[in-house]
Design a binder for this molecule. Structure first.
Ligand SMILES: [Zn+2]
Length: 315
């Protein structure tokens, strides 16, 4: 991975990893020092206003995926079905396995490592690099998507699922993702549309499918559509209506469980609606799967490729 890295501050590739795996990484060009947290470099710009590089020096032991499921996860139904990721990631894997050795960046990997490793076949010819800003994430390195610490055209594919709604400047993060993709490299992106606030203070925006495509207008679409539809939206809406009356977190959690047990079945309507243009306008989440191109996908093309059911035309 070291050969793919660059200094997030000055963009130089002259990063000096010490002999000791716990000593700071030093940029030989600008002099910035980057700590290592449990073997994982913390490559944040020293002037990052939201995430302080020194806070990662004493980060907790990494949260791994072998901690087992909680009772909540085992017995309470999920409020949504994912209509896309299994199918599209299989296609990503097939395309990557045609290459002698493919490298994939996961932006905002969180705790998805085990799940994504299985779907993308990590350990064979495909190598995955996990990144996140969350100090508890199970990743290879910590970085901010606004300043990805990788050289241009470093990766054969980038996967990012439900991350860009949590960043301050989504266009800048999307631009960074495209920058680190090789020409012709693959993107799989999921972005929420009709969803309530999640991750509290770190939640800033939503995108329609057309907005999602504009965000990645240097990516030529192979496929796009609904990750979760109006059924999921309805389950979450009932849940959020109920907890709107409740401030205490323990009661909110119990209420969520009751609502999911009572109304979780509604999510299965998404299986019927997944190809419906009328449902696309009320999707909970959308995906874009495509390849990086040298030019831009024009706004007029994105508008003409609108996938919903509304026939409005301004001209
Ligand atoms: Zn530097």
């Amino acid at each position: 991975m070291q050969a793919l890295l660059r200094c997030p501050n000055c963009h130089s590739s002259a990063l000096n990893f010490g002999i000791d795996t716990n000593s700071d990484v030093a940029c030989e060009s600008c002099g910035s020092q980057y700590p290592i947290s449990f073997g994982r470099p913390v490559l944040l710009r020293p002037d990052n206003e939201v995430f302080c590089i020194d806070d990662y020096r004493n980060a907790s032991v990494p949260t791994l995926n072998n901690k087992g499921s909680s009772i909540w996860q085992r017995f309470i139904p999920k409020p949504s079905v994912n209509l896309a990721s299994q199918k599209i990631l299989s296609r990503v894997r097939e395309l990557l396995e045609e290459m002698p050795s493919a490298t994939v960046l996961v932006v905002g990997g969180g705790c998805q490592r085990k799940w994504l490793d299985e779907r993308l076949g990590a350990g064979g010819s495909i190598r995955l690099v996990y990144s996140d800003i969350d100090a508890n994430a199970d990743v290879n390195l910590f970085c901010d998507g606004h300043d990805l610490p990788f050289v241009d055209s470093a990766f054969d594919a980038v996967v990012t699922t439900a991350v860009l709604e949590h960043v301050l400047y989504p266009e800048r993060v999307a631009s960074e993702i495209v920058r680190v993709l090789k020409s012709g490299g693959l993107l799989y992106s999921e972005l929420p549309f009709m969803q309530q606030v999640h991750e509290g203070a770190y939640d800033f925006t939503r995108y329609t499918l057309s907005g999602h495509k504009r965000l990645f207008n240097r990516v030529s679409e192979i496929d796009s559509g609904m990750v979760a539809g109006p059924g999921t939206v309805l389950v979450w809406s009932i849940e959020n209506f109920a907890i709107a009356f409740i401030a205490r977190s323990s009661i909110r959690k119990i209420t969520k469980a009751i609502i999911r047990l009572a109304f979780g079945w509604i999510k299965y309507f998404d299986l019927l609606l997944k190809n419906s243009p009328a449902a696309m306008d009320g999707a909970s989440c959308t995906y874009l799967f495509g390849r990086k191109v040298s030019g831009y996908i024009s706004d007029s093309k994105i508008i003409s490729n609108y996938r919903g059911a509304q026939s409005l035309r301004h001209i």
